[in-house]
Write a protein that binds this ligand. Structure first.
Ligand code: FBP
Length: 262
């Protein structure tokens, strides 16, 4: 496996994933704020921004557009489930790593719901995906989301540190975790992940300043970057937000300076 920093998912050791799998995970409701984002082409255009090291989409969206956008670093999300599913957290494997590679993916993503009653099957599916990704030399991002009936708080510092560690133990190159509420708790998660890189998960849309402050705190805590969807594509100025994120993540700009882009 080539060093992570030599893969397209890394730019100078940092990562900015733009996620656009919400049509499956949440449904078209996520596109209502900016109705043009219902059209995948609108968000593929946003993903051509230089700061984006991985554009995370499901197979169908990749099949329809990847050929047109060979300048976009495709991150194929291998599993995913709709919000219509009412059972214990689970995620169907919708795409094989072989097919992701055929579609031109330069990295792959996989959700693991640690703590779910389906964790065992999901971990076994992850094993197959991770080992095949190694054969293709593709970095693996784990959406490491402890969730399920036994879990009271899925963003507590202990839970997020466990999520980060689980990603390391199972062989992910990058752990995508929710922000655990403070810089100290994020530092603990980064420490728990050891050599696995940690990126913060964007979450629902917040104000420009609050969002950039959290991202900046996560970077200060040792996270290598961000995986973000709604906080970019639910804005009228997604490219300007990417300019601001580029400044915070890759240039370590202050929040105050980054806000000048908006
Ligand atoms: O499971 P949740 O918390 O509803 O969020 C899932 C969504 O969040 C992401 O992981 C990141 O996107 P956001 O930044 O919009 O939260 C997406 O890839 C995914 O669709």
């Amino acid at each position: 496996m080539r060093p992570f920093d030599d893969t397209p998912l890394s730019r100078d050791g940092k990562v900015l994933i733009l996620a656009y799998d919400h049509g499956l995970e949440h449904g078209p409701v996520d596109f209502e704020d900016v109705p043009e984002t219902m059209d995948p082409e609108t968000v593929w255009d946003v993903a051509t921004h230089d700061a984006v090291t991985g554009f995370a989409v499901q197979k169908g969206v990749a099949e329809a557009y990847a050929d047109q956008y060979d300048d976009v670093n495709l991150l194929l999300k291998l599993n995913g489930t709709s919000n219509l599913w009412m059972g214990e957290p689970d995620s169907a494997v919708n795409c094989s790593v072989d097919y992701a590679a055929e579609l031109g993916a330069s990295s792959v993503g996989f959700t693991l719901y640690g703590g779910s009653n389906n964790e065992i099957e999901m971990a076994e599916e992850f094993r197959d995906a991770q080992e095949t990704a190694r054969e293709h030399d593709l970095p693996v991002v784990m959406w490491s989301y402890p969730r399920g009936q036994g879990l009271k708080n899925d963003t507590s510092p202990g839970t997020i540190a466990y999520a980060a560690r689980q990603a390391l133990e199972l062989g992910a190159d990058v752990a995508k975790v929710k922000y655990p509420g403070s810089k100290e708790a994020m530092e603990h998660a980064v420490e728990a992940a050891g050599p696995t890189k940690v990126v913060m998960s964007g979450g629902s849309k917040t104000s420009d300043e609050d969002f950039l402050t959290t991202v900046s705190d996560a970077i200060d805590a040792g996270a290598v970057g961000l995986a973000v969807g709604r906080n970019v594509f639910q804005r009228e100025n997604p490219r300007e937000m990417l300019d601001a994120l580029e400044a915070v993540i890759f240039e370590e700009a202050s929040v105050e300076d980054a806000l000048d882009y908006l």
